[in-house]
Design a protein around this ligand. Sequence first.
Ligand SMILES: NC(=O)c1ccc[n+]([C@@H]2O[C@H](COP(=O)([O-])OP(=O)(O)OC[C@H]3O[C@@H](n4cnc5c(N)ncnc54)[C@H](O)[C@@H]3O)[C@@H](O)[C@H]2O)c1
Length: 245
Amino acid sequence: MSDRVAFVTGAARGLGEAIAAACLADGMRVALADVDPAVEATARRLDPSGARAAAWSLDVRDDAAFAAVFDAALRRFGRLDAMVNNAAILGPASPWTTSLDDWDAVMAVNLRGTFVGCRIAGAHLRDAGGGRIVNLSSYAGQHASRASGIAYAASKAGIGAVTRGFAMELAPYGVTVNAVAPSAIEGPQWAAVDAARRDALLATVPVGRAGRADEVAQTVLWLVSAAAGYMTGQVVDVDGGRGMR
Ligand SMILES: NC(=O)c1ccc[n+]([C@@H]2O[C@H](COP(=O)([O-])OP(=O)(O)OC[C@H]3O[C@@H](n4cnc5c(N)ncnc54)[C@H](O)[C@@H]3O)[C@@H](O)[C@H]2O)c1
């Protein structure tokens, strides 16, 4: 996939960083965007030369800034082939302590941010003759799950609808749109969960362990590849079998 370019949101750390790293290891170039200025250091760590990875500060809630950063990345690399809408935040676990401001904040980043990212990248890829969009959903968006709260779960379920909606729109133009739904992946979010809750959750994972960020990243990488051209509008579970049915 050399020469191709991916744009990854929420790329400062965690799965976004792992996805950017996997794209780079596969020969792609990567635009990393994140509201956290640490994204600059992440890009330098992944590509000390600065030739194949570049970072932008971006709050995906700001649609004008999103379009401007997308254009800047396009100018910097000369092309963009894949968009990975990965940025997200968690909400309060309990519905009784979820304020309406909490609800709006989760929706603004996770659901509206993904919609805006799909629309900006989708219009470009449609006019450029094809490409790939991958959105990060979650087990919580597909199944009942107390841990991450109703707002987060609803936003991630909504991402399934956004994915299918853009997949229908863009299928005639060679643009595929899919989502990946991870569960219990090692990283900053997982580390923040207390040990007793982690153990209880692991007991529900058939493979008996937490997933690794690179296992999610490799799934995203495959969906971005030419080999995945006949697959669109799907939500792919990467969850150790937790949600199998
Ligand atoms: N880690 C898991 O077990 C797991 C499970 C299911 C789904 N997911 C999904 O995978 C994705 C990555 O998860 P993670 O564990 O790496 O999370 P994380 O919290 O470690 O990373 C999320 C990144 O998004 C960035 N971000 C937050 N708000 C933003 C905004 N407004 N604009 C731009 N960037 C913003 C953060 O700064 C951070 O770098 C998320 O969509 C998450 O919902 C993760």
